[in-house]
Design a protein around this ligand. Structure first.
Ligand code: GAL
Length: 426
């Protein structure tokens, strides 16, 4: 009798466990997953590919479609994305910068799904820095995306042995660069600064602004406490003009990778670029940090870390939300972040990652991490942290006109008008 009961109980357990397994199987996400970004090559693709490869091992039933659109800083991808979102044809998930690029556009339009459940399930509320969570949340505490990294915008890149050969050192501030470093290099027949297309000029501008205005003055541009037409703000434009006069003539025709490559190959002395350039130097050019390339805070910005973060979200109406949730749960994990960031040039955003392991994160990352954890943190305008896409689009035009005219008073006045029209500082 007892034996029969035991046998029955065992059979029931077996049936239950099989049905649980079958249910789990049925619930496993499957189908197509379209991942939209601008990481197509030259220092950017490797990180994305590493993520997709591991994700595909974990979820063999999900068919990843890498829908990256070429163009540094998302200049082309964002236009395609906007058309698709407005046309009711969102990709399953897309790359978007933490901060105003996410909030002022997609969240404000009600086109993103909150992801708090994913954060709670994974214990991420304790694992991501609060300042970063604030950048991707609304006032009600809804969280709208998952960060894969922390990039630094204000980095000056160079090749140490080249500077030695040309007899110049890393300039402490922009005045030194303009008055001492630039003429010395020009004298030696070397292009002082490699700069690329329009968005890389806006990128340079924010490092000049931070260097000239300091942390409080720079922050004031975005919170309304620095007047865009003040003498200090006009000085930013004057300095930017003087810095651009030290750049290659073909700036508008080259990409950020071209500009970085010129520095690496000795065609120019310096370049200001985000630390995706480290990914490019390490992975694409196979350079040794500290030898093949060196770095410093952009002139005058020592002690300040201008941050931006690449994140992914779940748009309303995404064709396959189950697969997106699996992707996002993976992206935020320490495992994914430790696969992605060592090749992308960025720091992991998840604080339980292996960042302090020098085998995985070389000396560039160690120095960036030290600065990230000790410096004053400010947000990047060129990469969506502190100003809306409406401001950034208008600002690109102001940069373009300034390049043609060099008129700093007009650039300041136009920036003030743009800030007013787009709600910056309100
Ligand atoms: C930034 C982005 C980086 C990198 C860079 C150049 O906006 O955050 O991840 O891709 O553009 O394309």
């Amino acid at each position: 009798m007892f034996k029969k009961a035991l046998l029955l109980a065992l059979c029931i357990m077996l049936v239950l466990s099989v049905s649980v397994a079958v249910t789990a199987q049925d619930d496993a996400p499957s189908g197509d997953l379209e991942i939209f970004s601008w990481w197509t090559g030259g220092g950017e693709e490797a990180g994305l590919n590493a993520l997709i490869a591991r994700f595909s091992e974990l979820y063999p039933d999900i068919n990843v479609q890498n829908a990256a659109v070429a163009g540094g800083s998302g200049v082309n991808a964002r236009a395609v994305l906007t058309t698709r979102m407005l046309g009711g044809d969102p990709p399953d998930t897309f790359q978007v910068h933490a901060g105003e690029e996410l909030n002022a556009l997609w969240v404000a339009a009600g086109l993103m799904e909150p992801l708090n459940d994913i954060y709670e399930e994974n214990g991420w509320l304790e694992q991501f820095p609060q300042g970063l969570l604030d950048l991707i949340s609304d006032d009600m505490g809804n969280i709208y995306s998952v960060p894969v990294n922390i990039h630094r915008s204000n980095v000056l890149w160079y090749v140490p042995s080249n500077l030695e050969e040309w007899g110049v050192s890393v300039p402490a501030d922009w005045a030194e660069f303009v008055d001492v470093t630039c003429p010395a290099l020009q004298e030696a027949g070397v292009t002082p600064l490699a700069v690329g297309e329009n968005w890389t000029q806006a990128h340079l501008w924010e490092s000049v602004a931070l260097g000239v205005l300091g942390v409080d003055g720079y922050n004031g541009l975005w919170d309304g406490s620095t007047d865009w037409t003040s003498p200090e703000a006009v000085t930013v434009w004057d300095t930017f003009g003087a810095v651009m006069a030290c750049a290659n003539d073909d700036a508008n025709a080259i990409s950020w990778q071209d500009a970085s490559q010129r520095v690496a190959e000795g065609g120019a002395a310096f370049n200001v670029m985000g630390d995706w350039a480290a990914g490019y130097f390490l992975v694409d050019l196979a350079l040794v940090p500290g030898e093949g390339f060196g770095w410093a805070a952009a002139p005058g910005t020592e002690g300040a870390f201008m941050m931006l973060s690449d994140t992914f979200g779940l748009p309303t109406g995404a064709p396959n939300p189950g697969a997106v949730r699996a992707w996002l749960s993976f992206l935020g994990s320490a495992e994914a972040q430790d696969l992605f960031n060592p090749v992308k040039g960025s720091l992991p955003a998840n604080t339980t990652s292996d960042i302090t392991n020098p085998e995985l994160y070389n000396e560039y990352f160690q120095s960036a991490y030290e600065d990230w954890t000790s410096n004053a943190i400010v947000g990047s305008q060129a990469h969506g942290a502190v100003a809306s896409p409406a401001f950034s689009n208008g600002f690109s035009s102001i940069i373009a006109s300034f390049s043609a005219t060099g008129d700093s008073a007009t650039a300041s006045a136009n920036s003030a008008t743009l800030a007013l029209q787009t709600g910056v500082g309100r």
